[in-house]
Design a protein around this ligand. Structure first.
Ligand code: HAM
Length: 414
């Protein structure tokens, strides 16, 4: 029987990755301009890291973690997200009192039910600002989100934003919500009943219409927020409402337990049911929860598979491509040296070498199919005179005989 990839863990082929590369190169420019630096943490961490950060009652830890015992009988897990590992790394390096502007990228793992836009291995690019209290850093991150969307050509999106208050406000609201929902527990869908028990705030995220109708009658988050938090949220929205569609969404609590303060998501209708292509917020308590010193923290992560769907196809510009055709069986040591010299002379051009791939005619056909603008042909006769044939595939197939030195010069100036 043939071995298949695991469900929800797709391969990424060159034709998929062309789009990824455009995205990655644009993003690295943005991070550079914000003076954010890359951090790389391991894919595997102790399971406790995630149960103490993302939260035992969250779906991510409860049902979706890839956990197993290692050879030492220790429970380890594939990371479901990046923030917990970044905080762990900073605590381990005893750098909680410094300021950090960090970004990361890589695969994340969640045992979810795969569907369009939802995978078990997916990729995130994340940003974490550490050591910055509530204030300008919220503005800077929303500004970064807008810049990213602009640079990669996404215009049709909405930012949903909410303020979860401090830990106390969050707990007070949570208690009020439970008190309100308890008498209606039998009217709730089975899923929402389970959420009410394990993580009541998640009921706000319910997709059930009847639950949403009931919640309208219940306590509202805004009423538990301090005036400072309310005006901070409103000012933030006012600052960006001319530049994008940014709106308060009181049901936005996010699926990870560590948030307090501002939370946000960017959504696009083009993505269908899994419409969030980015999400984040403030999580000032996490460092303490993980045994570190107090450290302010705020960040977001982009779902790469989802944002790639939104990337304009016209963005993908091919570099100039030149075919390199060797004719004849006899490989003289000089033959390949020419290709080597060409690449050293101009590395921005793609030199598409045809390695023993049939007759001259079929190799030329291949060069046309591969969108080569020119081909350089090295035949046995030409090689004796240190010459090559330069053929222009775009301008009607004209060709000329050049010395290899002339060819290299021409290639350098393409
Ligand atoms: P998250 O909302 O769980 O947040 O994930 C961020 C983004 O990752 C989502 O908006 C979505 O685009 C993508 N994503 C999540 N799960 C999947 C999946 N199964 N398949 C495809 N894409 C997915 C976090 O992970 C937080 N660590 C973000 C953060 C950083 N908060 C503060 N700093």
């Amino acid at each position: 029987m043939k071995i298949q990839s695991l469900r929800g863990m797709p391969d990424l082929f060159p034709e998929d990755l062309d789009r990824w590369h455009v995205f990655e190169s644009k993003l690295s420019k943005i991070f550079h301009s914000f003076n954010a630096h890359e951090i790389r943490t391991p894919l595997l961490e102790s399971t406790e890291l995630f149960s103490r950060s993302v939260g035992n009652s969250s779906d991510i830890v409860n049902k979706e973690l890839y956990s197993f015992l290692d050879r030492n009988e220790e429970s380890i897990s594939l990371r479901p997200e990046g923030s917990a590992s970044v905080i762990r790394a900073i605590i381990q390096k005893k750098q909680e009192q410094e300021k950090h502007k960090l970004w990361y990228q890589g695969p994340m793992f969640r045992y979810e039910r795969p569907q369009q836009g939802r995978f078990r291995q997916f990729h995130q690019v994340g940003v974490e600002y550490l050591g910055f209290e509530e204030g300008i850093s919220e503005y800077e991150l929303i500004s970064m989100v807008l810049q990213i969307n602009k640079l990669i050509g996404i215009s049709d999106y909405k930012i949903k934003i909410n303020h979860l208050g401090d830990q106390l406000a969050k707990e007070d609201f949570c208690n009020a919500l439970v008190t309100f929902l308890q008498p209606h527990v039998n009217e709730l869908h089975e899923k929402d009943q389970a959420r009410l028990k394990s993580n009541p705030l998640r009921v706000l995220d319910s997709k059930e219409k009847s639950t949403q109708a009931l919640l309208k009658e219940g306590p509202q988050f805004q009423d538990f927020l301090s005036d400072d938090s309310k005006s901070f949220l409103q000012n933030l929205i006012d600052a960006y409402s001319d530049h994008c569609d940014i709106q308060i969404d009181q049901s936005l609590v996010r699926g990870l337990d560590y948030y307090t303060g501002i939370v946000f998501e960017a959504v696009s209708e083009e993505l269908g049911a899994q419409d969030a292509f980015l999400g984040g917020g403030r999580y000032d308590n996490l460092s303490k929860e993980l045994g570190g010193k107090d450290m302010h923290a705020i960040g977001f992560a982009i779902g790469v598979e989802r944002i790639i769907e939104l990337l304009g196809i016209e963005d993908i510009k091919q570099s100039l491509k030149v075919g390199f055709i060797i004719v004849g069986e006899q490989i003289d040591k000089k033959t390949y040296k020419i290709a080597d010299d060409l690449r050293s002379a101009n590395s921005s051009i793609i030199l598409d070498t045809f390695l023993n791939e049939g007759s001259l005619k079929s190799q030329l056909r291949r060069a046309n199919k591969n969108n080569c603008s020119y081909v350089i042909i090295v035949g046995e006769e030409e090689l004796k005179n240190d010459q090559v044939i330069w053929k222009d595939l775009v301008a009607g197939g004209e060709q000329e005989l050049l010395t290899s030195k002339e060819a290299i010069e021409k290639y350098t100036n393409l």
